[in-house]
Design a protein around this ligand. Structure first.
Ligand code: G6P
Ligand code: ZN
Length: 541
């Protein structure tokens, strides 16, 4: 029985950098989830369509999945492929969308934000190519949320999602699938599992911190069962609704247990962590942190060591705030290099058009054309493949990389939960100052150029403006200012800092030391303390 429920628009259902993200209680509010989901189904015209559905297991994931299934059935969808237990990592969902040639998918996650009744929840729609909906589609969904008057839902019992199998919900077919199997097979097709197995068999030790989020089952199956890593290699391997109280964001601040272990006396050879929905990654060597920008560059320089990339890369793409380390690799490989705005969706066209093979962002995202999302475990496996072939430590690989390409010292400073109006004022002042900055000196650095980054997509010609303020000091030194598009509380100011050292001297400094002049100049230019009342960041990556 299909019920048509009368509803009214709820303000604020505008998808951000990565889908609609709000406090869980907001999502649990009357008609909130339903309005948004109906808007998605209206925009993509769900009738007769097949969708993938799954999420990162956070609080409300299971309930939301049941609501979406009943709404999909009521809207005439013909089939939904859903992960067992309503679980799917974001990259695995992207893969299932592509593998089954579906019409898209709904992913339930607030990514790296904490989960629980008082934390965050989110939902996003991915396209038939497996990638996040582009702005034209999210805009259309948002417009629909502002005019919605009713939604359709089937009155039915919950679908049993506890085991794989096929069932019917009204006129719709529901296929509950093992969330790991197809993804693991894809990884096996890209990487030299025999070489990685031999590496582990030789005594190589690793720690994978799944942070009580979705990659636990994937990492256990792939690393421990298929690759022979010691049992217990994967820590925090059971996805929990509140992520065990953790903040599942794989960076040095939030993955502090991993950082401590990797710098301790009995540190394993290699460490990694992933986020709530499994698309982010952090990699760490024994006593050495690999910044995401460096990770992208090392992966680009060594990808040919993995079977899936043996034929070479078509191009490398990075987001604008990501360091230029990967550009140097692309240049030496003689392949195309792209600089996009922040947000994985901007890589979609480049990947679809076959212009880029590897993509990466400073925000702990790395991926390739194997799916249309960033992919945490994929990055870990590519690193493992490289380590298995080179048989050098992470520290040795990084040192050799810097010696060859020079080093882009890099760090991001976050100022979290600042008052939105004050953050806006900081940006307004900075934008107003832009035209006059060239030639002026701050903390001993002279501004060579300054702009507000705009991107015109080389594939579809679309233009995205206002994507971050860049202050270029010359010789590869720069500061970038951006407001986070993923937070749910106040505003987060991100300050991205970079300085290039060509070597051979000066390749081994502490990044915060090496960047000190850029940090001082950035504070002076934007008057961060004056505007926000903060002089020190909350998070340093
Ligand atoms: C999400 C997106 C990434 C993006 C990041 C930026 O994780 O998937 O592509 O880099 O958000 O987050 P921010 O908080 O800086 O807007
Ligand atoms: Zn994520």
């Amino acid at each position: 029985m299909i019920t048509t429920v009368v509803t009214a628009p709820i303000s604020g259902q505008k998808p951000g950098t990565s889908g609609l993200r709000k406090k869980t209680r907001v999502f649990m509010g009357r008609h909130y989830l339903e309005n948004f989901v109906q808007s998605v189904f209206d925009v993509v015209d769900a009738a007769g369509k097949t969708f993938v559905l799954g999420g990162d297991g956070r609080y409300f994931n299971d309930r939301a999945a049941q609501v979406i299934l009943r709404m999909a059935a009521a809207n005439g969808a013909s089939r939904v492929i859903v992960g067992q237990g309503a679980l799917l990592s974001t990259p695995a969902a992207s893969h299932l969308i592509r593998l089954n040639k579906t019409d898209g998918g709904l992913i339930l996650s607030a990514s790296h934000n904490p989960g629980g009744p008082d934390e965050d929840f989110g939902i996003k729609f991915n396209m038939p190519n497996g990638g996040p909906a582009p702005e034209a589609v999210t805009e259309a969904i948002f417009r629909r949320t502002m005019e919605i008057a009713e939604y359709r839902i089937l009155e039915a019992e919950d679908v049993d999602l506890s085991r794989p199998g096929r069932s019917r919900l009204g006129g719709m077919q529901v296929d509950v699938v093992d969330p790991v199997a197809d993804y693991a097979a894809l990884m096996e097709s890209l990487f030299d599992f025999a070489a990685i197995r031999a590496l582990f068999a030789s005594g190589f030790r690793m720690r994978m911190d799944s942070m009580c989020a979705v990659t636990g089952p994937y990492a256990k199956e792939i690393l421990e069962n298929r690759l022979g890593a010691a049992p217990g290699t994967v820590a925090n391997a059971v996805p929990l609704p509140d992520f065990g109280g953790m903040h599942p964001d794989p960076n040095p601040t939030w993955a502090h247990a991993l950082m401590a272990e990797m710098s301790g006396p009995d540190a394993p050879d290699f460490g990694a962590a992933s986020d709530g929905d499994g698309d982010r990654n952090m990699v760490v060597g024994r006593g050495i942190y690999v910044s995401p920008s460096d990770s992208l560059a090392v992966l680009a320089a060594n990808a040919h060591l993995a079977p899936g990339y043996r034929a070479g890369l078509k191009g490398v793409a990075r987001s604008m705030p990501t360091s230029a380390a990967a550009d140097r690799v692309a240049e030496s490989l003689g392949i195309a290099q792209y600089e996009t705005p922040t947000g994985w969706k901007f890589f979609g066209n480049l990947l679809d058009a076959g212009r880029a093979t590897l993509c990466g962002e400073e925000s702990f995202g790395t991926g390739s054309d194997h799916v249309r999302e960033k992919d945490g475990l994929w990055a870990v496996l590519l690193w493992l493949n490289i380590l298995a072939v080179r048989r050098e430590s992470v520290a040795q690989i990084l040192a050799a990389h810097f010696a060859r390409f020079g080093r882009n010292y890099y760090s991001r400073h976050d100022f979290e939960a600042i008052d939105s109006a004050r953050a806006e004022a900081l940006f307004a002042a900075l934008r107003a100052a832009l035209p006059g900055l060239k030639g002026r000196s701050f903390a001993g650095l002279t501004v060579e150029a300054a702009d507000d980054f705009a991107y015109s997509d080389p594939v579809d010609g679309s233009v995205s403006e206002g994507q971050g303020i860049r202050i270029l000091f010359g010789k590869g030194a720069r500061a970038v200012f951006r407001l986070s598009g993923t937070g749910t509380e106040g505003a987060t100011l991100r300050l991205y800092l970079e300085r290039y050292a060509a070597g051979p001297e000066g390749l081994d400094e502490d990044p915060q030391q090496a960047l000190a002049p850029v940090i001082r100049a950035a504070h002076e230019i934007a008057d961060i303390a004056g505007h926000t009342g903060r002089s020190a960041p909350d998070v340093v990556t």
